[in-house]
Design a protein around this ligand. Structure first.
Ligand SMILES: C[S@@+](CC[C@H](N)C(=O)[O-])C[C@H]1O[C@@H](n2cnc3c(N)ncnc32)[C@H](O)[C@@H]1O
Length: 216
């Protein structure tokens, strides 16, 4: 019913979160989107720009993906419905409220091929010993990537967790002008990683894609 009515007028529910502030769940034109105060959090432009990032990557159909920043899980919906990917996904999300929203509002929940872990992604990566085909880093608090996710120690560990021909897809920020953090990541001593930067994706975001196994 809500879906049908939303074609006539959009309606919004506010959900408070200690970590992400007030979140807004809006039904509009039959679609549900999740927003934070100043940015789309899931299922709107965020999903479109991540789709663009995924379109630049060779996704192994039976591979293993690590997603840092589950949010409402829109990229999981894309991977499952719009690509041939049928492998496993591990998703790390710091905010319990968000995990509940993903489950109750978007049907994204633990299954045999989706493992959702409530944890701080920085600490998780520090302890992680498993390698992945693709690591997606989509970590924001409202419209900012927390500074620690530009940290070179974090990035050195990320590089070690990507399989020999794998990728990292980093949603690196919104409306970035000059970002020395990204330049530093690109200039890290990784002889077999080739980085490509995409600016103004969906008019606002910077994406950084690293491909391992490029002998350059
Ligand atoms: C833009 S949303 C992710 C959207 C999601 N990837 C999707 O496809 O819909 C960013 C998420 O990063 C999470 N986050 C922020 N800091 C984090 C941290 N330190 N560890 C894990 N998740 C974090 C936020 O709670 C938020 O849900």
């Amino acid at each position: 019913m809500k879906k049908l009515l939303s074609y006539l007028w959009p309606f919004t529910k506010e959900i408070p979160s200690k970590i992400n502030g007030t979140l807004e769940l809006t039904w509009m034109n039959g679609k549900k989107v999740l927003d934070s105060q100043n940015a789309n959090h899931s299922y709107g432009t965020l999903q479109k720009l991540l789709n663009y990032g995924l379109s630049q990557i060779r996704i192994p159909p039976k591979g293993e993906i690590l997603l840092l920043g589950l949010g409402g899980g829109s990229i999981i919906q894309t991977l499952r419905n719009s690509t041939s990917f049928s492998g496993s996904i591990t998703a790390v999300e710091i905010d319990e409220i968000i995990i509940e929203i993903a489950k109750n509002e978007f049907g994204i929940k633990n299954t045999s091929d989706l493992r959702i872990i409530c944890d701080d992604a920085y600490g998780f990566i520090d302890q992680c010993i498993t390698q992945f085909d693709i690591i997606i880093i989509d970590i924001f608090i409202d419209n900012k990537v927390p500074q620690q996710f530009y940290d070179l120690t974090f990035w050195a560990k990320i590089m070690s967790l990507i399989r020999p021909t794998g990728y990292v897809l980093f949603n690196a920020g919104i409306n970035l002008k000059e970002n020395t953090n990204i330049e530093l990541i690109k200039s890290m001593d990784n002889p077999n990683v080739e980085f490509t930067q995409y600016n103004n994706v969906q008019g606002t975001n910077t994406l950084l894609i690293g491909k391992k196994g490029s002998e350059s």
